[in-house]
Write a protein that binds this ligand. Structure first.
Ligand SMILES: *Cc1c(COP(=O)(O)O)cnc(C)c1O
Length: 427
């Protein structure tokens, strides 16, 4: 499968190159050159397939012959290694829990898939690849875990000192092996700026790539769980609306891609916190990126979502077509807290702040008698322990995955500025 840059100034390239480079030379993100609908037969009989078989059917055209079938199936088995349960919270609304993986956030899926593709593509090369990634929290842990032990791949994670939760810090600083954490004296934007500078620095001769959600190998496997949810829900014969708590818009973009492959999804809702660039765009047709604002759903504090351009491409860059199948609403922290309480009182369900924003999107949009709503629960409440325990009368149990790292010793290299990162990369 070939991929083109959405800036249209770089040549088309293979899946392998798109994964290894991350971004095209013209700084555009990659998009598949053609998209073939899956057969009606497959969609109608989806209950006959295992989750691994579904994932293979969904992803194979995007990989083409660049990874042998057996190897691709192995990669899928290692990626889809946990459950994606649906939990009913209202008569016509369910939570799709994406947090049962090793770091308890949906990013485990994309990170594990990408790590294995990169390891496969770099085998036989004498030179290691260095993955540079900036994190505001969840990405770091998922990438550290997904890439742990990948041969020929070293990972450097930059995180803002004191700005990630204790659990998140443990998840990205305690694994060792091929994973190094750099604790940056600054905020997330400083980390991201340092990564960008490194990519443009001619003096750094190491082969660098990034592992953020613009990489096609992180984006595309996120389609899997929209199909898994459909497999569970299609027998109800109700039209499905998905609400996705959105920051960089990678997750919801995978949902739109699943629809493009023929999955019967009626409507998408991109639910955001007060970082409302996309909701505003849908209202007034003007896309105005803004600096991000801090909220209690901090994994969505993004003022210029990098994947939105892919969603526009999927709707042929036509705002009216986009608006017919896609809505976007913004919610405040106060509304989010109130909703966490309401969900808990009504059903006993503990939603994290991101999931609660997703639920709010469904409520605001409204569902008819013939419709069923699903919101994506993107992280386990334990990952946002402070907010959850301050808002709800609950004590969140620490799951085994978190217990495993919580008492391990943090190891991080201090970085005050770009020169410190550069010195580390030139070693
Ligand atoms: C990353 C993240 C999001 C945002 O996902 P995007 O694909 O960037 O829109 C939402 N919730 C949680 C918990 C996350 O970690």
């Amino acid at each position: 499968m070939n991929y083109y840059s959405l800036h249209h100034k770089s040549p088309k390239t293979s899946f392998k190159n798109a994964v290894v480079q991350g971004l095209a030379k013209d700084r555009g993100i990659y998009f598949p050159d053609n998209i073939t609908q899956l057969s009606k037969d497959f969609i109608e009989n989806i209950s006959d397939y295992t989750n691994h078989e579904i994932a293979y059917e969904v992803i194979k055209q995007f990989v083409g012959n660049e990874i042998p079938t057996e190897k691709l199936k192995e990669i899928i088995a290692a990626t889809v290694s946990f459950d994606f349960p649906l939990v009913k919270v209202d008569d016509n609304i369910a939570s799709l829990e994406l947090f049962h993986g090793p770091t308890m956030a949906f990013k485990d899926v994309g990170a594990k898939f990408m790590a294995q593709c990169l390891e496969y593509f770099n085998q036989g090369n004498t030179e290691d690849i260095t993955v540079l990634v900036a994190t505001s929290g969840d990405t770091g842990g998922a990438v550290a875990n997904g890439f742990l032990g990948a041969k020929g791949v070293n990972v450097v994670i930059l995180y803002p000192s004191g700005k990630v939760s204790d659990i998140q810090e443990k998840q990205l600083t305690t694994l060792g092996q091929n994973i190094t954490a750099l604790e940056v004296d600054g905020v997330f934007d400083d980390c991201q700026e340092m990564v960008k500078t490194a990519f443009l620095d001619q003096e750094i001769t190491k082969k660098l790539t990034s592992a953020n959600s613009i990489n096609v190998a992180r984006w595309l496997p996120q389609m899997f769980y929209f199909f898994f949810a459909y497999k569970e829900l299609h027998k109800q014969h109700k039209a499905l609306t998905f609400s996705v708590p959105s920051g960089n818009f990678g997750n919801i973009c995978a949902g739109v891609m699943a629809q493009k492959l023929g999955l019967p999804i009626k409507h998408f809702i991109a639910s955001t916190n007060i970082n409302d660039t996309v909701p505003n765009y849908l209202v007034n047709g003007i896309y105005t990126p803004k600096p991000s604002k801090t909220t209690i759903s901090n994994a969505m504090d993004v003022g210029n979502p990098s994947n939105f351009i892919r969603i526009q491409e999927l709707f042929n860059n036509d705002l009216e077509t986009l608006k017919s199948a896609f809505s976007s609403y913004s919610f405040s922290d106060e509304e989010t807290r109130k909703t966490m309480k309401k969900i808990y009182t009504n059903s006993g369900y503990v939603a994290d702040p991101h999931g609660a924003v997703g639920y709010l999107g469904l409520k605001k949009h409204g569902l008819k008698e013939t419709e069923f709503g699903v919101f994506l629960e993107t992280a386990h409440p334990v990952k946002f322990l402070d907010v959850v325990e301050a808002t709800l009368p609950v004590k969140v149990e620490i799951p085994a995955q978190i217990q495993k790292v919580i008492n391990n010793k943090k190891v991080a290299i201090q970085a005050a500025n770009y020169e410190d990162l550069k010195a580390f990369l030139m070693k």
